[in-house]
Design a binder for this molecule. Sequence first.
Ligand SMILES: [Zn+2]
Length: 244
Amino acid sequence: MTLLGKIWNCRLATAALDVIFPPHCAACRRAGSWFCADCLSKVELAFKDPCAVCGGLKTHQCQAPEGLRRIDALVTLGFYHDPRLRAVIHNLKYNGATCLIPSVKELLAHYRNLRRDPWPWTGEESMVIQPLIGAPKRIRARGFDQAELISEAVQETIVPWAKRVSWLQRGKSVTAQADLKDQNLRRANVLNVYSVSATLPEKPPAVLLVDDVFTTGATMRDAARTLRLSGVERVYGFVLALGK
Ligand SMILES: [Zn+2]
């Protein structure tokens, strides 16, 4: 078959797929797109950055132990209790709906345009974006890593000047709990799933960790701890949603 023939066949197949599985909104099921303009405009946006330690939204003196203070600032686009945003994240993560990535980018641009506060990383001379990569087993099962896809979208829409890196790898524990004498560090070290897999610059830039949801923040703190042990001085977090 000629190349043109192949392309035509592929287009036919795509057109046929659109007939069998016509796009419909992940949240309200309305036909026409994977996430409709109406749902997009109704997503509840977070214009106050949550506490980077506990994820709390109210102004407070965070009581979390010193060892947990590893993320300098956290930004969330919205909330997991919002059914529209939850539908996007859930379908992306569990149903492999990567067709929702353009909608994620639209949402991020919408948030960027409406946000009034400066980004916490304003003033950083350089910053890199590191996805909070998922467990290798799950990535193999899904065929993609949603944190990776979201970090691409965040780079494109929010911080185009920041380079994406893959400094972290996820695997088994690298630091034995017994090696940590400090009680707070031990308590905060329960996960210990990330390690640095690259040679970092002598003075590493700030790092923006990107993930889909911030629930307890345990994995993000774990990644931040690992990066700090490798000389990174400032770690920021960006998530699509806050909460369970
Ligand atoms: Zn909708």
